[in-house]
Design a binder for this molecule. Structure first.
Ligand code: NAD
Length: 490
């Protein structure tokens, strides 16, 4: 296993300067060189797949299946898409046809933003580091990656492998914690992508504002799950329990809590018990079945929430400080003022908050920060649209949990306090790309736009209005009828 060492703070400015020189070397202007680096990144993952499995096991106690499903295999697939798509993405685009403007060849050039910074959290170290890294390279940027200090084995592996696979003039790892990240944030960047909690998100946004650096913030939230009695009960229980237990609940889009009609709570709990027994015939603590909490501090925080709940534990509840293990745990009759509702849980605890009406559940969600995801389990299209139309969230899903960040073609991002900006796929390329507008105007355009030059005359105003002023639709007779959905009740 590689040795985990922090990057000396005095080297950080030098790394920044070297990457700036690397940017102006023009290597990445050539899309072929970007593809070469992306392919190298793919081989970094493929050749070292086993070593990453081992580092995840060491950092997070991760079962190999979770390491491959959430990170190694899925990221190889996603990054390969970038490899195949970058020629198309990077091509200059013509603006949509306009009779007035087309002679000036309006064109959008896809320009890199410069030297960019990616600050990553601990919970999905490849998905949240190497995917954005591949996006930034695809867009032609040079990059500093700052991985999490809470995953020392994986962060050390990045530091060992990057110089072997990637061009050192273009991509570097800076390992460290607060002092190193603070120094990084004092420097000017073309863009910062930060993924992590809201407290640090504010620190990042404030530091970026000093240099007017554009930022993408991928933050956190308490993602609710609405369970409708008109659902496929067995599937509902399996998908929610799995979404909560995967990576020991340390998933930014994990189902955080359940909102269910009071009369349906016990039926749902019975289904959770059945799903649990099917998933863990030898118990969740059996080798290779469940991830562990990342640090003793994380274990203390999550087990503290469990100790302080006033709800009733109906499934699980086992904790083991020595191995940072917490069993998938369902807690019933949780009230809005419960400890479990006070912050993002980020552990395998699943509180159920029974309500008397769906509107009560919706009002609760709307009284709090917009979550990263909202989940609804239902077979009723009206129920789905009621939830979707009455709430705000980064994304919204029916009968599924946590896999959407991997869905090809969908943007991944929050709204308001759960984040701003999107990544994965083309959306990742876009955040690291400046759209450089361009006109290339021929001399004869003056025949069309000569009215712009003084002396200004009434005739020229007339000619200008003929050229620029569109004829708009007739004045409306009144407001339109609102579409159905706005006043739906269950
Ligand atoms: P964190 O905010 O503690 O750390 C993230 C990064 O910020 C690390 O690299 C860390 O070194 C750095 N950092 C920590 N303190 C800092 C400081 N004072 N100044 C500058 N940098 C600092 O987050 P975490 O615990 O690693 O990750 C868990 C959080 O991330 C959860 O809240 C989770 O919801 C969120 N998350 C969000 C997404 C998303 O895509 N929206 C994905 C994964 C995780």
């Amino acid at each position: 296993m590689s040795k985990f060492e922090f990057t000396p703070i005095e080297e950080i400015d030098k790394i920044h300067a070297e990457l700036k020189a690397g940017f102006y070397s023009g290597k990445l202007k050539d899309v072929a060189y970007r593809k070469y680096q992306i392919l190298q990144l793919l081989y970094l993952l493929k050749d070292n797949s086993k070593r990453f499995e081992e580092s995840f096991a060491s950092d997070l106690g991760r079962p190999p299946l979770e390491s491959q499903f959430f990170e190694i295999a899925s990221c190889i697939g996603e990054i390969y898409n970038y490899y195949k798509s970058v020629d198309k993405w990077a091509k200059p685009e013509r603006a949509p046809f306009s009779l007035l403007w087309f002679p000036m060849r309006p064109t959008i050039y896809k320009e890199p933003k410069g030297v960019v910074l990616i600050i990553a959290p601990f919970n999905y170290p490849i998905f949240l580091s190497l995917l954005p890294l591949a996006s930034a390279i695809a867009a032609g940027n040079t990059v500093v990656l700052k991985p999490s200090e809470s995953t020392p084995a994986t962060s050390a592996l990045f530091a060992e492998l990057f110089p072997k696979y990637l061009d050192n003039d273009l991509v570097r790892v800076v390992n460290g914690s607060v002092p190193e990240t603070t120094r990084l944030l004092e420097l000017p960047w073309g863009h910062i992508l930060y993924t992590g909690g809201g407290r640090v998100g504010r620190i990042v946004a404030t530091a970026a504002a000093k240099h007017l650096t554009p930022v993408t913030l991928e933050l956190l939230g308490k993602s609710p799950v609405f369970v409708d009695p008109k659902c496929d009960l067995k599937m509902t229980a399996r998908r929610i329990l799995w979404g909560k237990a995967a990576n020991a609940g340390q998933t930014c889009v994990a189902p955080d809590y359940i909102i269910v009609p009071r009369s349906f709570q016990d039926t749902l709990i019975k289904a959770f018990k059945e799903a649990h027994d099917e998933f863990y015939p030898d118990g969740p603590k059996a080798p290779g079945q469940m991830s562990r909490l990342v640090t003793p501090q994380a274990f203390a925080r999550v087990s503290g929430l469990l100790k302080n709940t006033k709800g009733t534990v109906v499934l699980g509840g086992e904790t083991d400080e020595a191995t940072k293990f917490i069993a998938p745990t369902v807690i019933k009759d949780v009230k809005p003022d419960d400890a479990l509702m006070s912050e993002e849980i980020f552990g395998p605890l699943l509180p159920i908050m029974p309500v008397d009406s769906i509107d009560e559940g919706i009002a609760y969600v709307n009284a709090h920060d917009h979550p990263l995801a909202i989940y609804a389990f239902t077979n009723d299209e009206q129920f789905k649209m009621k939830i979707f139309n009455s709430t705000q969230s980064g994304s919204a899903h029916v009968n599924e949990t946590i896999i959407h960040p991997g869905a090809e073609g969908l943007p991944f991002g929050g709204v308001g306090p759960s984040g701003s900006g999107y990544h994965t796929g083309k959306y990742g390329f876009d955040i690291f790309t400046h759209l450089r507008s361009s006109l290339h105007s021929p001399g004869w355009v003056d025949a069309l736009m000569s009215f712009r030059y003084p002396p200004y005359t009434a005739a020229k105003i007339k000619s200008m209005n003929r050229t620029l002023m569109p004829s708009i639709p007739a004045r409306p007779k009144g407001p339109p009828k609102l579409s159905s959905g706005v006043s739906w009740t269950k």
